[in-house]
Design a protein around this ligand. Structure first.
Ligand code: PMT
Length: 404
């Protein structure tokens, strides 16, 4: 996959910066084109001349190179590079650069480029063990992951400081393989397509302080939105209440109830090419919404009855209006999974349904992984092994593009 690919290699100021020379050699050997972008501090650890020579392109460091080199198009170079690149890897990434990216700072060429970037970004952190374990660094890493960047965990071992623990840049072969694998998964095959994804739970209010809901975290839907955007899709993500950050390059619309989700999905449906309904929509909501907080009552054997009414089946209604859309639903089943999922596939006029079971370890609600069976309208049934929700998302999108 590396052949002919345009790779940006970001190098920041850590002791492992010298390893970037080997990385460039491996990429060039695989016939990829490499553009190095360094921070000023990286130049303390390895010279720009070395990296420019190996990559056969001038390593870029400053946003505004000093005159007389300065040309009028120099300051838009971050935009040009963003359009040129197929993938970017920052290796090593220091705690400082990670913190800057996590908070949207753009005070040098590398961080400015990251803000303008359209392609996938891999970040291989490397630093001293205590800096890595520091709660602030870990929080920043979480922000980057949720934004849709790919974090590569450091290896454990003896560090330059003499301390032992996680912080070492992984072996060059592993980094090259990770870049290669990601390029395998992500193709620009949704370019120009409008993708509508629903995610998360809905909340159905009983009174101003209580509601019925379920355990959906939104992770499956957000992974789908991230993957679809990385594949060039114009993504609208309709999300119930979740604690996740919006994946990059997606448009997010927040809703609370099933009826709100229904309204938004309906309004976006006709202009969408792909509709993926991964939200766990509440099937029922209280028949009567009380505007004041319900009192607990004093009786010892008090009972409380809430009358429920059925919510609209969003996916079924959309399926009935289907014109050109490729439609994918999910089926959350604990028994007779395939049979029930096939029934939903037919009833809701879907092209594919993704069956998952909340009782299976590593599947369903909250996990970073899922275990799914993909059933397509042509009758094909693919049982997939446990994989990350991002990988599940790409498996689903691989099938979606065959229907487009
Ligand atoms: O969010 P996570 O923590 O990552 O968990 C992911 C998930 C378990 C929520 C996800 O993988 C999943 O299974 N989503 C669908 C859950 C569900 O509601 O399944 P269902 O079998 O009840 O519904 C079938 C399909 O109809 C689903 O696509 C659902 O979105 C849709 N539906 C259901 C009810 C309803 N009133 N309207 C709908 O459109």
């Amino acid at each position: 996959m590396l052949k002919g690919k345009h790779i940006i290699l970001g190098v920041t100021g850590g002791i492992a910066a010298y390893k970037s020379a080997w990385l460039i050699r491996e990429f060039v050997k695989a016939n990829a084109e490499v553009q190095v972008v360094m921070t000023r501090t990286a130049t303390q650890f390895i010279t720009p001349l070395t990296l420019s020579t190996l990559s056969r392109r001038e390593a870029l460091i400053d946003m505004f190179p000093p005159a007389p080199d300065q040309t009028t198009d120099q300051w838009t170079k971050h935009v040009d590079l963003s359009l040129w690149a197929d993938i970017m890897l920052i290796a090593p990434a220091t705690a400082n650069t990670i913190a800057k990216i996590a908070h949207g700072m753009a005070d040098d060429f590398l961080t400015t480029l990251v803000l303008a970037l359209r392609c996938p970004l891999l970040i291989a952190s490397s630093m001293d063990v205590d800096m890595y374990r520091n709660e602030i660094t870990q929080r920043n890493i979480d922000i980057l992951k949720e934004t849709g960047y790919f974090l590569i965990d450091p290896d454990s071992g003896e560090l330059a400081s003499g301390l032992t623990g996680p912080g070492r840049l992984p072996e060059i072969e592993r980094l090259v393989k990770i870049v290669d694998d990601l390029l395998h998964k992500i193709h620009q095959d949704l370019t120009g397509k409008r993708v509508l994804v629903s995610a998360g739970p809905t909340q159905e209010p009983i009174d101003p302080v209580r509601f019925f809901s379920n355990r959906s975290s939104g992770k499956m839907g957000f992974a789908l939105a991230n993957a679809a955007a990385l594949r060039g899709g114009e993504v609208t993500l309709v999300s119930g209440p979740v604690h996740l950050r919006t994946p990059r390059n997606t448009r997010r619309i927040d809703v609370v109830t099933a009826s709100e989700m229904n309204e938004v999905m309906q309004s976006k449906f006709s202009s969408s090419d792909v509709v993926i309904m991964s939200a766990a929509v509440a099937d029922f909501s209280p028949a009567h919404r009380v505007e004041h907080k319900l009192k607990r009552g004093d009786e010892v054997d008090r009972r409380f009855v809430v009358e429920l009414k059925g919510n609209p089946d969003i996916l079924k209604t959309l399926g009935e209006q289907k014109t050109h859309q490729v439609m994918v639903g999910f089926a959350l089943e604990t028994d007779d999974g395939v049979e029930n999922a096939k029934k939903k596939l037919d009833e809701k006029h879907l092209d594919a349904i993704i069956l998952n079971n909340p009782n299976v370890k590593g599947a369903g609600f909250g996990a970073d992984t899922n275990v799914v069976t993909v059933i397509t309208a042509d009758g094909k049934i693919d049982e997939l092994p446990m994989m990350s929700k991002f990988d599940v998302a790409n498996e689903i999108l691989d099938r979606v593009v065959t229907y487009l």
